[in-house]
Write a protein that binds this ligand. Sequence first.
Ligand SMILES: Cc1ncc(COP(=O)(O)O)c(C=O)c1O
Length: 471
Amino acid sequence: MPDEPAGARRAPYPGSGLDAALLPTFTAEPGVMPGDRLPEHELAPDVAHQLVHDELMLDGNARLNLATFVTTWMEPQAAALMADCADKNMIDKDEYPRTAELERRCTRMLADLWHAPDAATAPGCSTAGSSEACMLAGLALKRRWAARVGPGSGRRPNLVMGADVQVCWDKFANYFEVEPRIVPMRGERYHLDAEQAAAHVDEDTIGVVAILGSTFDGSYEPIADICAALDDVAARGGPDVPVHVDGASGAMIAPFLDPELVWDFRLPRVASINTSGHKYGLVYPGLGWVAWRDTPALPDELVYRVNYLGDEVATFTLNFSRPGAQVAAQYYQFLRLGRDGYTRVQQHCRDVAGRLADGLAASGCFRLLTRGTELPVVAATLDPAITHYSVFDVSAGLREHGWQVPAYTFPPELEDLAVLRFVVRNGLTHSLADQLLADLQRVLARLDRQPGPMRDATDSSFSHTGAPSPR
Ligand SMILES: Cc1ncc(COP(=O)(O)O)c(C=O)c1O
C-alpha cells in the first residue's frame, strides 16, 4: 500500500491555495503516517508537532515507570537550561570552552567525592552513559594487562564479574574480545562475594568488576572485602588484579547516604569508577562519568589531546559528537543541590523505598530480597504459599493501573527465582507510593480469585539485556 493515497489527503494543502495555518490541525494529517519512505511533501510545523506528539501519547507515563533507574523529573530551571544548550556539541571544546570547563569541574568534583588521591589530576570524562564509561574503563584494564604480558603473548585476557552484571559488561567482553569470567549466583548469594572473586582470578585477569548497586536487586557488592581478598592473592605471590567499581547507580548514593562505607578510591586496589549522571546524578538521559584513580591507571596511548584556551585537554571517548546539554545540567545539579541537597534527595528516595518495602511485607504475599536500604530499590518474590498467580500476573495487573513495575527471572542457576523490582527515583513521593500500594492491594485481591498463574517469564517484555533472557 502506498504511504500517501493519491488525491483526497493533499487536496487542501499543499497546493490548495489555502494557507496551512488556516486548516484545522487534524484535517491536514497524512492519510497514512509515513513509516517506510521519506514523505514527498512538507507539513506545517504545528501539524507535524501535533502528530508526533500524539503518537507518543501511547508511551507509558515516565514518572510511573518503576523499571528504570534513569531520571524522569528535573526542575523546570534545569529543563530550561538543557533547552538553552541543545545546540552545543560537547566535542567542540574550542568553540564552547565554558561547556568544556563545566565538564572539567564536574569530573574533578566526582573524583573528589570518590576520594581520588589527587582529584585535580585524576583523569576522567563524561560519556553517553555508564555503558560507554564501562567500555572505556574495561579498555584501560585490558591495555594495562597487555603491557604486563607483553606483545604477541597469544594469551587470552579475562574479566571476573558476578552474574548480576549489567549487559554492558557482556558487550564489553564480546566487542573487545575478553573472556567474561562470570561467577554464578548460588543459593541466597545474589551477587559477587570476596571468596568467589579471588577464586576466579589468574595471571590473565585484566580486572574484577564490583558493582555498587546490582541491577537485579539494588544490593551493594562487598567491594572492600573483594579488594582485601585480592590483596591477599597478591600477597601470596598471585596476580595483582585491579578492581573497577561499576557505580552506575550507587556511586551517587553511597557518598551521601553511606559515607562510612569504604568502596571507592580509598581502597588502593580500585583503579576506576563509573556512574550514570542520568541515574542518581539526577540528570535527564544520556550522561555518564568515568574517573581513574591517577594517571598510571589510564594508559597514555588511549588518550587523545586537544588544545583549548591554551590548555591541553585529554579526551578518551568512543563517540566524537555528543550533546553538551546534559553536562550543563549536571553542573546545575551540583551547584543547586550541593552535598546537603543530594543527601536530602537520596534519603527521601531511600525512605520512600522503605515505605514500599513495609507495604509489600504487610500484604503477607511477598518475600523481600531487598528493602531499599542500599540502592533505593525493592526486589520481592512471591511468598512460596502463593501458587495461584505469578509475579508476572502482578506486574500486568499494576500496568492496568498505569504503574510499570517489571517482573523478571534471575540469571542461570537461579532462574526459578522470579521477582518484581521497584526502583524509587526522585519524584516518587510518599503519597504516590501509598497510591501504588493501594492499587497493589486491589490487584492482589483480584488475583486471589484466579485459579492458577496466567503469565510467566515468556509474557514479560522486560529484560536486563533487551534480549529474551535476563542479563
Ligand atoms: C550496574 C549498571 N551498570 C551499567 C549500566 C548501564 O548504564 P547506562 O544505561 O547509563 O548505559 C546499568 C544500567 O542500569 C547498571 O545498572
